[in-house]
Design a protein around this ligand. Structure first.
Ligand code: SF4
Ligand code: SF4
Length: 99
């Protein structure tokens, strides 16, 4: 099944490059590959794939990322409706954002 995407151009994700140290933690925790490291800085590579789970902001020790987490749960609801299952945003099996 094709991965569903959130509504275009509404994601609240903000990255402050000045604060970023390029540690890469945000790219490791993001379940949807939204962020990449380029030239030792994080960059938002696929904004509309962001489900606003908040994992990147939560794990960024320099507070370079902010996102209004929870908004993207609309996708989880839609996934649940389409699959006839509990809501899920296709985050990793260990994530708890859809609980
Ligand atoms: S976790 Fe924060 S400091 Fe580290 S690469 Fe991502 S934005 Fe930059
Ligand atoms: S909020 Fe979640 S989906 Fe969006 S960039 Fe951060 S970790 Fe990735």
């Amino acid at each position: 099944m094709t991965r569903l995407r959130y509504l275009p151009n509404v994601v609240t994700l903000i990255l402050d490059s000045e604060k970023c140290t390029g540690c890469g933690v945000c790219t490791e925790v993001c379940p949807h590959g939204v962020l990449v490291i380029e030239s030792q800085k994080a960059r938002i590579a696929d904004r509309d794939a962001c489900m606003e789970c908040g994992a990147c902001a939560l794990n960024c020790i320099t507070e370079a990322i902010s996102v209004r987490s929870g908004v993207g749960c609309a996708t989880a609801v839609l996934n649940g409706m389409l699959r006839g299952s509990e809501p899920t945003c296709d985050c990793s099996a260990d994530a708890t954002c859809c609980e």
